[in-house]
Design a protein around this ligand. Structure first.
Ligand code: NIG
Ligand code: FE
Length: 412
């Protein structure tokens, strides 16, 4: 089946040479076709061209973009979408002056979500997560990564990952899954860290690998959570199963973990709100992707990741939501693109590239999605008529999307 899209004011291609990512200042430049058409065959982009140079005549359906822009769907490469219960009570406590760490110390935070998750059935979890997924697809997300990490026991971590895998089977968008057993120490292992690490490496990882439930492994490496040495133990164990890592690093403190993560070939290091000069330099020289999560900075009122420094050090910068009930309860990638510009001083072009092609690279899908190129999946957003790409971050908080297509099929 072929569908011809006409009347597109601009196609934001992001990339036209099949490159897997944009590094440093490349991020701010992408090819654009103005006053264009696009032909989709089945689930792929077949061809595109300019309206005044003649249109294809052979097609099954026609869609008029009505002067809207066409750009790749957002790729949200860091979420905790599967969770039970919400934590607006903790949010209110923070408004009264308690910090994220103080709330966690009182039994709130990740352990609070873990308690609720353990009580929920797989079916309940699936229904809640599916609702969230449908909501973010309407907001233009066309590929997503989902972490476990609120189970903290073999059974519950597997339950979370099964839910994430089922979402990938039942919805058209690509879903990558990440095992984050090392998200917090369960209460009973508070004084026995090695006991829990061993459970992760000797019990959880082998079982998860056998059932092929996780594409990646993650560790929350932070004061009060997992140390650099503990992270390395987990990365070593994951290597035996060929599972690459995507890591929570430098959210509140720099523990010199970035260099170690890079030497273990981490696919991405995420958060990066607190960075030393050394962290910036080593990351800029590596192929490890720097995934920035401005929604978390907004919500927790912590520093924003130094996007400009990372870009000037030549890093591969991507943007994601961190969608989770505690530190970032929004899965709206449009808002992340706005925040990246307003608070991290990324240019609109940089933010859009970081939220599409580089996001795809952060889940190893940039050969298939993340740009509008021939042969790639027909996963794209059509906006309302907008005067320029800058209008997307500028008109923050508004819904500028008119249609979302995944695999060539309209999903919203
Ligand atoms: O990415 N920092 C660690 N994990 C999440 C927050 C988890 C939670 O508070 O529930 C994050 O910010
Ligand atoms: Fe996170």
């Amino acid at each position: 089946m072929t569908t011809l899209f006409t009347g597109i004011s601009r196609i934001l291609h992001i990339e036209l040479n099949q490159k897997p990512w944009k590094r440093g200042l490349e991020l701010g430049h992408f090819p654009v076709s103005s006053n264009a058409w696009l032909l989709v065959k089945d689930d792929r982009i077949e061809s595109f061209g300019l309206m005044d140079e003649g249109l294809p005549t052979d097609y099954d359906h026609k869609v008029d973009a009505d002067g809207g822009m066409l750009l790749p769907t957002w790729v949200d490469s860091h979420t905790h979408l599967v969770y039970a219960g919400t934590r607006e009570d903790e949010f209110a406590q923070r408004l009264y002056g308690l910090s994220y760490a103080e709330i966690a110390a009182k039994g709130g935070g990740i352990l609070n979500s873990a308690k609720r998750l353990r009580k929920s059935s797989e079916e309940e979890l699936y229904e809640l997560a599916a609702q969230r997924l449908e909501e973010v697809m309407k907001m233009g997300t066309g590929a997503i990564e989902i972490k476990s990490g609120y189970g903290l026991s073999t059974e519950s971590e597997i339950k979370m990952l099964r839910v994430a895998r089922r979402l990938g089977e039942n919805y058209p968008l690509p879903v990558k899954t990440t095992f984050l057993g090392a998200h917090a120490f369960p209460e009973k292992f508070k004084d026995d860290h090695q006991g829990y690490i061993q459970q992760i490496t000797d019990e959880m990882l082998p079982e998860i690998a056998t059932q092929n439930l996780a594409d990646y492994v993650d560790v929350f490496c932070e004061e009060g959570y997992f140390s650099v040495d503990e992270m390395l133990q987990i990365l070593e164990a994951a290597k035996k199963y060929n599972i690459k890592s995507k890591l929570h690093l430098n959210q509140f403190n720099s523990l010199n973990s970035i260099e170690k993560a890079i030497s273990h070939d981490a696919l991405s290091v995420d958060h990066l709100e607190v960075m030393t000069e050394y962290d910036l330099a080593v990351l800029g020289e590596s192929d490890t992707i720097a995934t920035l999560l401005p929604g978390c900075s907004l919500f927790l009122e912590i520093p924003y990741a130094p996007a400009r420094d990372l870009i000037s050090k030549n890093a591969i910068v991507s943007l994601a939501t961190d969608y989770n009930p505690g530190s970032a309860p929004s899965g709206n990638m449009n808002l992340m693109v706005s925040l990246a510009c307003i608070k991290m001083k990324m240019t609109p072009e940089e933010a859009i590239s970081a939220a599409t092609l580089n996001g795809a690279a952060a889940i190893e899908l940039s050969q298939q999605i993340g740009s509008i190129e021939k042969g790639k999946k027909a996963n794209f957003i059509i906006t309302r008529p907008l005067s320029s790409p800058s209008f997307i971050p500028y008109n923050f908080g508004h819904n500028l999307i008119s249609k979302v297509f995944i695999n060539g099929i309209e999903v919203a």
